[in-house]
Design a protein around this ligand. Structure first.
Ligand SMILES: NC(=O)c1ccc[n+]([C@@H]2O[C@H](COP(=O)([O-])OP(=O)(O)OC[C@H]3O[C@@H](n4cnc5c(N)ncnc54)[C@H](O)[C@@H]3O)[C@@H](O)[C@H]2O)c1
Length: 387
């Protein structure tokens, strides 16, 4: 195979990144065979569709009646992932599927079955798993450089307002159109920093560590959101290592973090730590004897490295590093959290702000509370958050 024929499924949201990469960059080993998108007027947003006569369909069934694709790239709403990935593999395509892999464990297991049956792969789009510095760090962990894991933690939050929630009919929803969605910052915008911890603790390069316990405190600040929008999570992986993770969409800052601290027997790996000259935005390990190891010299790869890896694997019959299994621990955490109660934060703890044509709900002192939780491995209720 010299040129990988790609079917792009959904180019109106995050999927626009794949469309732009393939049409604006010089990708010589792949071509767009067709697009499937239901958004009216999408050709106006991407005039190249008409200019280059790219076949545009409303559904994948019609595409496969007339075409074949080596690779399908799926960036539809999460509750459509399972059926579309299955259909594409059954119709001869490898798949690069946006995260989360799907919305139930049964469906994720079934995708593994379909992979075996069809000989096709589904790679999941957690981009950090494809970053070369992350892979180098994982290799060092696997090689025993850091010894046994003791505790991992992460804090990342991005502010999201009404515009974000109103862009579709599933953002912030527990169900949409009768299907499980469980959309939240933990499952969507801030999924990566949690998932990568399970990935780094996987027993092999292509697996993530599964979870045996999931607990946490879930809160809703924004009263228009159905699911929680603020979460402090504690999980234990199979070997008992605890992982703490803190995220929210409701704070005064545009971003908090990402901060990460991975404690191992022989040293601690940090991301976003301030060693005196401001936060260091690269993985940096400090060994117990004081030696510092930086992963900052390793080029991360392309921004959409996952796309390039999927294209290459399609050509050489290999499987990209972020397998369906790598997505399952995160999905398990999402489903376990869905069983916990969500506490509505009282109005007196909140501020409402209009900014840049958007409106935001902010929890007072959230950053301070989360930084304390992160530092001490605690939950908001344990550090005096009166929510
Ligand atoms: N990797 C990342 O960093 C990242 C970032 C954002 C979103 N995502 C993931 O991408 C996926 C989409 O998220 P989004 O924010 O773009 O959602 P969105 O709702 O904003 O956009 C979804 C797109 O899918 C299209 N669509 C809906 N139903 C379709 C169908 N049946 N066939 C074809 N197209 C259809 C919509 O018209 C729209 O263009 C989610 O799984 C999300 O988690 C990943």
């Amino acid at each position: 195979m010299e040129i990988v024929k790609i079917l792009l499924i959904a180019i109106g949201g995050y999927g626009a990144n794949y469309m732009k990469e393939l049409t604006e960059k010089n990708v010589t080993n792949a071509k767009i065979e067709g697009i499937c998108e239901v958004m009216p007027g999408i050709e106006k947003r991407f005039p190249i569709i008409n200019e280059k006569n790219i076949s545009l369909y409303q559904n994948i069934e019609d595409f496969y009646q007339e075409h074949e694709a080596d690779l399908a790239v799926i960036a539809t709403p999460m509750h459509l992932h399972y059926s579309q990935a299955k259909y594409c593999m059954e119709h001869g395509s490898d798949v690069l599927l946006e995260k989360p892999v799907c919305t139930t464990l049964e469906d994720a297991e079934d995708l593994i079955r379909v992979q075996k049956e069809t000989g096709k792969f589904t790679a999941v789009g957690y981009q950090m798993n494809y970053e070369r510095d992350v892979l180098a760090l994982k290799q060092d962990i696997l090689d025993g450089k850091y010894g046994r894991p003791i505790l991992m933690k992460g804090l990342q939050a991005v502010r999201r307002g009404e515009n974000y929630y109103h862009r579709n009919n599933w953002a912030g929803r527990i169900t949409a159109g009768g299907k499980t969605v469980n959309d939240s910052p933990f499952n969507n915008a801030s999924a990566h920093q949690f998932q990568v911890m399970t990935f780094l603790l996987g027993q092999t390069l292509e697996t993530a560590a599964d979870l045996k316990k999931v607990s946490g405190e879930l809160y809703r600040a924004n009263g228009h959101v159905e699911n929680f929008d603020t979460a402090a999570v504690r999980v234990e992986i199979e070997d008992g290592t605890p992982i703490y993770y803190y995220t929210t969409h409701d704070m005064a800052e545009k971003n908090i973090g990402p901060f990460a601290e991975y404690q191992f027997e022989k040293g601690t790996i940090y991301f976003g730590k301030d060693f005196g000259d401001g936060p260091v935005k690269e993985y940096t390990a400090v060994m117990n004897d004081g030696t510092v190891i930086s992963y900052g010299d390793i080029p991360k790869g392309e921004r959409l490295q996952k796309l390039y890896d999927a294209i290459e694997c399609c050509m050489n019959g290999k499987t990209p590093v972020c397998t369906v299994q790598c997505a399952i621990p995160h999905l398990r955490a999402v489903l376990e959290l869905a069983k916990l109660p969500i506490r509505q934060i009282a109005e007196e703890q909140l501020e409402h702000v209009e900014e840049d044509g958007d409106s935001f709900c902010q929890i007072r002192n959230l950053k301070e509370i989360y930084v304390t939780c992160y530092k001490n491995n605690q939950m908001p209720s344990e550090v005096g958050a009166d929510w």
